[in-house]
Design a protein around this ligand. Structure first.
Ligand code: 5GP
Ligand code: ZN
Length: 113
């Protein structure tokens, strides 16, 4: 399996991990766009948002239950943050393993584009 986030989840390559359970891992982005930039990733390989379904959505629930815990841990819960998942070519998804960017620690742009 050549997927970089599968390798991170399996500890085949290192990451700056900030949170982990049996099902999910969260680690700092290699190329941060803000003071806090964390990627929250299901350990099972899911290509993108397009592939979420009733069979695998429990892990997505776990990710969203975890966002505020990581935000608290990173001290951005009160100041605010953004959660983003890029999908496909127009969404500029560059890693084909579903992931959610948790970005904060500064005032973010008002536009989403
Ligand atoms: P995307 O563009 O697919 O939404 O986001 C992929 C993100 O993964 C990018 O922000 C990029 O910096 C990050 N990234 C790519 N390879 C690695 C890696 O090996 N380790 C870490 N920590 N982040 C990575
Ligand atoms: Zn993968």
């Amino acid at each position: 399996m050549s997927c970089i986030f599968c390798k991170i989840a399996n500890k085949e390559i290192p990451s700056d991990c900030v949170y982990e359970t049996e099902n999910i891992i969260a680690f700092r982005d290699l190329n941060p766009q803000a003071p806090v930039h964390i990627l929250i990733v299901p350990k099972i390989h899911i290509d993108s948002m397009n592939d979420i379904n009733s069979e695998n959505s429990a892990v997505i629930s776990e990710i969203f239950e975890t966002v505020n815990k990581i935000a608290e841990q990173e001290d951005i819960k009160d100041s605010g943050y953004r959660v983003i998942s890029n999908c496909g070519e127009d969404g500029c998804q560059s890693v084909q393993h579903l992931h959610f960017h948790l970005v904060g620690g500064r005032k973010l742009s008002e536009t989403l584009s």
